[in-house]
Every structure is written in C-alpha cells, then in structure tokens.
Design a binder for this molecule. Structure first.
Ligand SMILES: *Cc1c(COP(=O)(O)O)cnc(C)c1O
Length: 359
C-alpha cells in the first residue's frame, strides 16, 4: 500500500506523474536514452522547455508578458531579487509574515536598505500582519510571501498597489485563484506544489526585467538566464521534465477543478480541527488560514506523539509540525487527493474516540 505523504516538501506528486517520470528514466520517448542522459541543448529538451513555459503562461494567464525561467537554488531567489532589482541607494519594502519572509529580509539586507513595512513576528506569525497603508512610492519593489508554509497562513487577496510586487509563491502556486499579472516577479521552488526539488520557477514581467541592474555574475542575472532560455548552464533536466508532467496533469484535470478540490479539502480539515475536542488550530483568525498547510496542536506532547504514531500505523506520514510551531502540519498540496484528506479526518475522529475511552 502506498503511503500518504502530507509533508510540506518534498511533497506528494501525482501517481501518473511518478509513473511517467519513472518510464522516462529508462527510455525517454523511445530515444534509446534515459531522460537523465539527453543533451540539454537538443531537440528533445528544447521541446520540454518550450511546452513547460507555454503551460505556465497559460495556467497563470500571463498573456506572454513574462519571461518564464527555470532556475536553481531555491532560496537563492532571496538574494537574486535584491541583486537585480534593488538599485544602489534605493530601498525595498518587505512584508514579514513568516519564517521564509524573515529569511528573505535577512538575505536582502546584504545588498541594500530594507524597510519592513509590516510584521507579525511578535505573535510568532500566528496571523498575517496588517497590510501596510501609504506605501512609499519610491521603494524599488514590495516583497511578500503569499503562503507561509511553516505557520499556515496565506494571503488570499493582495490589495491593488502601484508598486512592483515581488512574491515568493513556493507553497501555493497554482493552488487557488490568483491574479498573477498583479506581480512584477513571482517565483516558486518546485518541491512544494509543482515538481521535485532542484528547480525553481520564476516569472518576470518583461517591463520589470528591463529595470534589472547589470553587472551581476551571469548565474545571478535574470536577464542572462532569459537570453539563454534557461540553459545558461546545464539545468536539472529531470526536475524540469517532472515539473512539466505536473503542469500537464494540472491542465488535464482542470485548474478550476483543482482549486475547488483544494477549497473543499481545507474546509473538511479545518472543520474537523474546530470540531474535534483534542485539537486546536494555531492560526488566530480563520480568514488567515492557509489552504495548503493546516497547522494544529493537541493538548499535550504525549497526545501529539500518540496521534503521529496512529497516523504512521495508518500509512499517513509527514504530519509533524515544524519545530518552530510544534504539533501538526498537514500539507494539502494539489497532489493530495480529497480521499487522502477524508482518510485523515476519519483518523482524527477515530483517535478522539480512542482517547476519550482511555481517559
Ligand atoms: C520551502 C520554501 C522556501 C525554500 O525552499 P528551498 O528550496 O529549501 O530553498 C522558500 N519559500 C517558501 C515559502 C517555502 O515554502
């Protein structure tokens, strides 16, 4: 029996994607070569790159206005953004809504002046900070994290602003309705919702890219990656191909269907967290709760250990909370099915019955 991975990342991938990826390792499209061996500057990989970019353009409704790049290094984006878009002497605005936002702020501060416009750090990020008012228009850009993977909060709507918006969408890209054209630049590490670890998707509006500073080393320069069509160096071909398989899966299933399933999954789980006498959600306001990472705790550590054990015995893994929050975190990424969530909810009910009988 397959285990259900509710880990925050590397996360569950659709079964069809895993099967196609496995077949491609043995022989890619009857080329007689493994996908692990095909040249990165050749027809086969060109087709993978072109189709993957076209799908991102289509699924995010970008109207061909963005350079779509497959990059490496995950959180290297925390540095590349200021290196490219924070001119000497200028300041950038950051929203400090969680661990990854705080890390991005630290890394950006190496390159220039960072104004933290809003923060929920003093509440251990158990809610979103209030969206800043009267944002200084001279800021080079405004940076936010759409979904706070560790603390389980999510910005559902971003108020309109004239500022160029830069967003880390690592843990909620293509999971819910979002106006991607609102952003000057957005990026997502693949291993949360669109593929395996080793590759990062970045989309940069062409007009914003024109404002990028020159003088960066080529691997740290968005424009250089764009000019070289994501093959400035030897890219992780397998990770990009697997991401393409996931994008195809999203398109085939229909993104509206996936968004609606995700809404339903989150609702089932949060309803159970609120109903169940053993569990408490950690996020202060229901409206701030993440549709992707649901964080909750039990009344004491022993109960938590027993529930994690109970899940493991029932083939659900990866549900331990991050050490900064404790308790549990159930990640409900696109590949986690409605029946996976039904199984978790059923286990939460069974566990409650067992515990109440013990006491
Ligand atoms: C996981 C995550 C990252 C970091 O990803 P790495 O690939 O480990 O560098 C950054 N931002 C968010 C929101 C994340 O969830």
């Amino acid at each position: 029996m397959q285990k259900i991975n509710l880990g925050a990342g590397p996360a569950k991938l659709p079964q069809e994607v895993l099967e196609q990826a496995a077949a491609a390792i043995l022989d890619y499209q009857q080329s007689g070569l493994s996908i692990l061996e095909i040249p990165h500057r050749g027809k086969l990989f060109d087709a993978i790159l072109e189709e993957s970019k076209a799908l991102v353009n289509e699924l995010c409704e970008l109207d061909n206005d963005y350079e779509i790049l497959w990059l490496q290094g995950g959180r290297l984006q925390f540095s590349m953004v200021p290196m490219n878009f924070l001119p000497q002497g200028a300041s950038a605005g950051y929203i400090d809504s969680g661990h990854w936002a705080a890390e991005a702020i630290k890394d950006a501060a190496v390159y220039g002046n960072i104004n933290v416009l809003a923060s929920s750090q003093k509440d251990n990020y158990n809610q979103l900070p209030e969206w800043p008012k009267d944002i200084d228009p001279s800021l080079a850009y405004l940076y936010l994290t759409t979904n706070n993977t560790i603390f389980g909060t999510q910005w559902k709507n971003i108020p309109h602003t004239a500022m160029p918006l830069v967003a880390d969408m690592s843990s909620d890209i293509l999971s819910c309705p979002r106006n991607y054209k609102q952003y000057a630049l957005f990026y997502a590490v693949a291993q949360k919702n669109i593929g395996p670890a080793g590759v990062t998707l970045a989309a940069v509006h062409r007009s914003f890219l024109k404002k990028a500073k020159s003088g960066n080393a080529s691997m740290l320069d968005y424009a250089a990656h764009a000019r070289q069509h994501s093959v400035l160096n030897t890219p992780p071909v397998m990770a990009i191909y697997t991401s393409l398989l996931t994008l195809r899966w999203i398109k085939q299933k229909g993104k509206e269907t996936i968004f609606e399933d995700n809404r339903q999954k989150a609702q089932w789980l949060y309803d159970e967290i609120d109903r169940n006498s053993l569990f408490t959600g950690t996020v202060a306001h229901a409206a701030h709760r993440s549709g992707m990472n649901a964080c909750f705790v039990a009344k004491d550590k022993d109960t938590e250990k027993r529930f994690i054990e109970f899940c493991k015995n029932n083939e659900i893994v990866g549900i331990e909370g991050h050490r900064q929050v404790g308790g549990f975190r159930a990640s409900l990424y696109n590949a986690v099915s409605k029946s996976d969530v039904e199984k978790l909810v059923t286990l939460m009910r069974e566990f409650e019955n067992r515990e109440l009988q013990l006491s």
